[in-house]
Design a protein around this ligand. Structure first.
Ligand SMILES: [Zn+2]
Length: 455
C-alpha cells in the first residue's frame, strides 16, 4: 500500500499542482491535443507551399482587372470545394483596372543610358513622345517646398535616402505634391532597404483638383546616382515614356470558404489575406503566401475532423493592392453581422518564420489570446503583442471587430515586396508550414473555446 501510495503521489501531485496553478480547465490543457495535431499536420509536408507554387507558376501575377486574377479565383473555388470546405463562394466586387504599358526612362544628360523604372499603380501615361525635362532631386516635402521656384517644368525625384521602415508617403502622394509646384513628372526612390537594381511598384493616388502628372519608381541605385550628380552640380536631363492606362472597372470576387460552427454557426472568425497582387513578380510573398496559409489551416481542420463551435471563414480578399475594394465590399455586405464577427486574423506580411500576432482589441481579449499563444510555445510562434491588424480586416476593425495580424521575421520582406523579385524561391516550405500551424491553432481555439472572445 505504502509503495503504491508513493507512486500515486509521485505521478499525480505535479499534475494537480499544475492544474491548480493554471485552473482546472485552462485553455492550454483543454486544447493541447488538438493544437499538437494541427501543428504536426502543418509541418508534416509541404502541401501549402506546393499549392502556392502551383498557383503562382500557373496563373502568375494577379493584378486587379486581369484575367489571371479571375482564373486563379476560379481555380481556388474549385480547389476549396475539392477540399470539402463549406459554403464556398465568390462574392462579386467591382475593382479598378489599371494596366501597365511600356515604360522607359532615358537619361540624356550627363550621359545617355536606359534607367529601369516601374510606374506606380494608377499613374497616367505620357504622350507618345514622352516628357523630356530636367530632374530636381529633393529629400522631403519640406525640401520640395523650399525649392518650389526651381521645380516648375522639372521632373521631381524624391530621394528619401534613409530607410526607416515601410513608408509610402512619396509613393502615395508625391505626384500631387510635385504637380502643385508646377513639376511635369514625379519619380520616387523605390520603397525598400536594399536593391539589386529592382524597382518596386505600389499604390499611388491623384487629387481631383490637381493636374495629373506621370509617377514612377526608379531603383535605389539610380536614385542615389542622380543625387550624386545633383550634389556635384551636374545637370540631369531625362525622357520619361509611359503607356500606362486606367480602363473601366472590372468584375472580380472575394473568395470565401468555411467550416460552419457546430454550436454558434452565426458567430464567425474571419481570416485570410488578399488574392490579388501587383503585376510584377508573381505575388508569392504578397500575398499569395498569406492567403494560401490561411486556406491550408482550414483544410487541415477539415482533414483532422476538427469542427469548432463557431464558424471559421477563410477569405481571399480581392483588390487589396490598388483600391481595397474587396475589403470594403465585404464589410458593407456583412455590416449587420459585425457584432458576430468574433475576431479577424490577417496574414499580409509574408510567410516567413512566424513569432506570433499583433492584436488590437480589449485587454480581456488580449489576455485570453496570450494564453492561447502558449499552445504555440513548441514552435516559438505564440507571442501576442499589442497593436496589429491588416489592410483587409481594417474596415471590419473600424466597426468594432477585434483584429490581429500574423507577425513574421520581416528581415527580407521589403527587399522583394512589390518588385519583380516577389517569387516562390524567396519562401521556405518549413517556414510556411509554421505560419499555417500558427494561424490554424489561433483560429481554431478562438472559434471553439467556451468563452466568446470579449470585445
Ligand atoms: Zn499585401
Amino acid at each position: 500500500m505504502q509503495r503504491s501510495f508513493s507512486l500515486l503521489t509521485f505521478v499525480f501531485v505535479p499534475v494537480l499542482a499544475f492544474g491548480q496553478a493554471a485552473g482546472p480547465e485552462s485553455l492550454v490543457e483543454q486544447y493541447r491535443a488538438d493544437a499538437d495535431r494541427l501543428i504536426d499536420a502543418a509541418l508534416a509536408d509541404s502541401f501549402a507551399y506546393d499549392r502556392l507554387a502551383f498557383m503562382t507558376d500557373t496563373y502568375g501575377p494577379r493584378i486587379s482587372g486581369s484575367q489571371a486574377l479571375e482564373d486563379a479565383i476560379d481555380w481556388m473555388l474549385d480547389e476549396m470545394n475539392e477540399d470539402g470546405l463549406e459554403n464556398v463562394r465568390g462574392e462579386d466586387v467591382m475593382v479598378p483596372r489599371w494596366v501597365r504599358g511600356e515604360e522607359t526612362l532615358t537619361l540624356l544628360e550627363p550621359r545617355v543610358a536606359d534607367l529601369r523604372i516601374l510606374g506606380l499603380g494608377g499613374t497616367i501615361g505620357t504622350s507618345p513622345t514622352g516628357v523630356t525635362a530636367e530632374v530636381l532631386v529633393v529629400n522631403s516635402y519640406d525640401d520640395l517646398t523650399a525649392n518650389a521656384d526651381k521645380a516648375v517644368g522639372k521632373i521631381i525625384l524624391y530621394n528619401n535616402a534613409e530607410w526607416t521602415g515601410y513608408d509610402t508617403t512619396y509613393r502615395r502622394s508625391g505626384a500631387v505634391r510635385a504637380a502643385q509646384v508646377g513639376a511635369v513628372g514625379s519619380l520616387i526612390r523605390s520603397v525598400g532597404p536594399v536593391s539589386m537594381y529592382t524597382p518596386h511598384t505600389g499604390a499611388s493616388s491623384y487629387a481631383d483638383d490637381v493636374v495629373k502628372i506621370p509617377h514612377a519608381a526608379v531603383t535605389i541605385e539610380d536614385a542615389s546616382m542622380m543625387q550624386r550628380m545633383q550634389d556635384r552640380g551636374q545637370k540631369i536631363v531625362v525622357r520619361l515614356n509611359m503607356d500606362d492606362v486606367t480602363l473601366p472597372d472590372a468584375l472580380s470576387r472575394n473568395v470565401i470558404g468555411e467550416i460552419v460552427g457546430s454550436e454558434f454557426p452565426d458567430e464567425v472568425v474571419v481570416f485570410g489575406g488578399h488574392i490579388d497582387s501587383w503585376d510584377v513578380g508573381v505575388g508569392a510573398m504578397d500575398d499569395g503566401g498569406g492567403v494560401v496559409a490561411a486556406w491550408e489551416a482550414l483544410r487541415l481542420m477539415k482533414e483532422l475532423g476538427l469542427r469548432p463551435r463557431r464558424t471559421i471563414r477563410v477569405i481571399a480578399w480581392t483588390n487589396e493592392e490598388n483600391g481595397s475594394r474587396g475589403a470594403n465590399a465585404y464589410k458593407n455586405a456583412y455590416l449587420d453581422q459585425i457584432e458576430n464577427h468574433i475576431l479577424g486574423i490577417e496574414s499580409d506580411g509574408g510567410v516567413f518564420k512566424p513569432s506570433g500576432f499583433g492584436f488590437s482589441g480589449s485587454d480581456a481579449a488580449f489576455n485570453l489570446l496570450t494564453e492561447i499563444g502558449h499552445l504555440l510555445d513548441r514552435i516559438d510562434s505564440g507571442t501576442i503583442t499589442k497593436g496589429g491588424g491588416g489592410a483587409d480586416i481594417g474596415p471590419l476593425m473600424r466597426e468594432g471587430m477585434p483584429g490581429m495580424g500574423l507577425r513574421v521575421d520581416r528581415t527580407e520582406y521589403f527587399w522583394y515586396h512589390h518588385s519583380p523579385a516577389d517569387t516562390m524561391d524567396k519562401l521556405d516550405p518549413h517556414e510556411m508550414g509554421l505560419c499555417v500551424a500558427t494561424m490554424a491553432v489561433m483560429a481554431y481555439v478562438v472559434a471553439d473555446m467556451e468563452t466568446r472572445l470579449p470585445r
